[in-house]
Design a protein around this ligand. Structure first.
Ligand code: HEC
Length: 124
């Protein structure tokens, strides 16, 4: 009896573990978490792009070109992947490349945060 219980317990454990691992694998490919993205954005991006990404951060006008709004219709139209690529690679002289500083998941979180700021259409 003991042995049977032990065996079904291990089986249960295996099933539980598999479920957990599955959930974690799913996380990495799912769209980002806007709350985590907000924290990253405030820390790394708001100084130029502004607290609500309107392009009005304290440094926005100090860059050439000025740091753009990230809630504009043009930015809204772009897919998460496209935005993540733009953030990771950087742009022009003053938009830093964030690859190596922020992970792709961090940048997906930021993209999710940007989408949460307006009635953004989600293009996968
Ligand atoms: C030092 C100021 C500065 C910081 C900090 C900064 N940016 Fe930028 N960002 C810019 C500027 C300037 C541009 C426009 C560059 C150009 O057009 O040449 C830009 C462009 C972008 C674009 C592209 C917009 C488009 O129309 O293609 C995205 C997306 C973006 N930034 C996201 C971010 C994110 C996310 C962060 C934080 C992780 C960040 N930026 C931090 C200055 C900054």
């Amino acid at each position: 009896m003991r042995r049977v219980l032990g065996r079904s317990f291990s089986l249960l454990l295996v099933v539980l573990l598999a479920t957990l691992l599955d959930a974690r694998a799913g996380e990495a490919t799912s769209p980002g978490d806007p709350a985590l993205g907000k924290a990253r954005f405030e820390q790394y991006c708001a100084v130029c792009h502004g607290h609500h990404a309107q392009g009005d951060g304290p440094m926005a006008k100090a860059t050439t070109p000025p740091a753009p709004s990230l809630v504009s219709p043009e930015v809204r139209k772009r897919s998460d992947q496209d935005l993540v690529r733009a953030m990771a690679d950087g742009m022009g002289v003053t938009m830093p490349a964030w690859r190596g500083i922020l992970s792709d998941q961090d940048l997906l979180d930021v993209a999710a945060y940007l989408r949460s700021l307006g009635e953004l259409t989600h293009l996968p």
